[in-house]
Write a protein that binds this ligand. Structure first.
Ligand code: PMP
Ligand code: GLN
Length: 389
């Protein structure tokens, strides 16, 4: 008898990030698609990792994460968000933010449970829900400000609603939650058993004097929440794939049951290094202004093109409309830019279950200025983009 594998994710292809990065490599394009910095990370942190290895911190650490790192994180969220988190019971170190979200969903979902997501949505949410037997309830963010339509959320909530996934600052749009959103959320979840999964991997990448409204700030919301973070976005090391989840003890107890038989424990030398480096608060406190400068620089040089910027307040990403440039679909236009201009972007339609074509592309500006300069000068060589024949 031959094996016959039945797909658990029949609708899934290869992620847009991998697809576009592969195409970028093939065409030697500048990759402003996948979200990763191209500037060097902190040398001192690198030395601390090397030192951890030399000091012999190369064996398993505690299943929930190195205690000193969890203690440091509890102090950090206390000082940033006034959240009284117990590092013993409420924090688990995970191999990245995506894994934390996946594990939270695995922890809570029973077959047929509904999970509300907002589209455009980070591409792992839907498969993460579906592989756990959940049903995706996708609500489109308003275009072009990408705000949540809470009235629609109210209408979609029913007895089967198990969770709502939030993401602020938001990938791909850079929109951020405001106090009025928190009020609406509170109003909807009170007196329900709905969990919140809050994806806050871009917590520090917030601009224009906006404040990051972490769910950790609100005890009544936190009591039903799994809040997910990533060190990759904080220390410019997305390839390290290390993050953490914070949840109230009763929820975390269940999450750890899942975690212990899937990953068990994460990379130890990096945890030792981060436990030390975390004490340098300015490293994360200056991130917003550091990246805002990059966003503003990119927007300034992009003014020479016919692209129209959309409003963004956070993340690694700036959205641009190309309605003045082409009638092509987002995917076709993004592929054309890779082939003809040598610049890779991500079509925002890829963040919808059923592609919505608003003629918007996502550009990652977390790059050296020289990279951004070269990308824009390549774009300007295309007549349809510069308008100069
Ligand atoms: N959530 C969002 C919105 C992201 O953009 C990313 C980007 N990588 C992640 C989660 C995952 O982070 P990690 O690489 O730590 O898994
Ligand atoms: N978060 C990054 C992005 O949105 C990349 C993640 C990935 O490649 N899966 O571009």
């Amino acid at each position: 008898m031959t094996t016959n594998i039945q797909s658990k994710l029949p609708a899934a292809g290869t992620t847009i990030f991998t697809t576009m990065s592969a195409l970028a490599t093939k065409h030697e394009a500048i990759n402003l698609g996948q979200g990763f910095p191209d500037f060097p990370m902190n040398e001192e942190l690198l030395s601390l990792v090397y030192k951890s290895m030399q000091d012999g911190h190369n064996q398993y650490v505690h299943m929930c994460g190195l205690p000193a790192l969890r203690e440091g994180l509890a102090e950090k969220v206390h000082s940033l968000y006034n959240a009284p988190i117990d590092p013993e019971t409420d924090i688990t170190i995970t191999p990245g933010g995506t894994y934390a979200i996946y594990t939270a969903l695995t922890t809570i979902l029973q077959p047929g449970d509904e999970v509300i997501i907002f589209e455009p949505a980070y591409d792992s949410y839907i498969p993460n829900i579906e592989i756990n037997g959940g049903v995706v309830v996708a609500i489109s963010l308003n275009f072009p400000d990408y705000k949540i339509n809470w009235q629609l959320v109210k209408e979609k909530v029913n007895a089967k609603t198990k969770a709502i996934i939030l993401n602020s600052p938001h990938n791909p749009t850079g929109s951020v939650l405001e106090e009025s959103d928190i009020e609406s959320l509170r109003d909807i979840v009170k007196d329900t058993g709905i969990f919140i999964i809050s994806d806050e991997v871009y917590e520090h990448l917030i601009f224009d004097e906006k404040k990051h409204l972490s769910i950790l700030r609100y005890p009544d919301l936190f009591e039903r929440s799994f809040v997910c973070f990533s060190f990759g976005k904080v220390y410019h090391c997305t390839g390290w794939k290390l993050g953490y989840c914070i949840a109230p003890a009763a929820l975390m107890k269940e999450l750890r049951k899942v975690h212990q038989f899937n990953c068990f424990t994460c990379n130890s030398p990096i945890q030792y290094a981060l436990a030390v480096f975390l004490k340098q608060k300015e490293q994360y406190l200056q991130l917003g202004s550091f990246l805002q400068k990059k966003r503003d620089y990119f927007k300034t040089i992009m003014q020479e093109t016919k692209f129209i910027p959309l409003t963004t307040h956070g993340s690694y990403f700036q959205l641009y409309s190309y309605e003045n440039i082409s009638d092509e679909s987002e995917n076709d236009f993004a592929v054309r830019l890779i082939r003809e201009a040598g610049v890779a972007t991500i079509p925002v339609s890829a963040f919808y279950k059923n592609a919505v074509n608003n003629k918007v592309l996502r550009f990652c500006f977390a790059k050296k200025e020289t990279t951004l300069d070269e990308a824009v000068s390549r774009l300007l060589k295309m007549e349809m983009i510069s308008g100069i024949g």
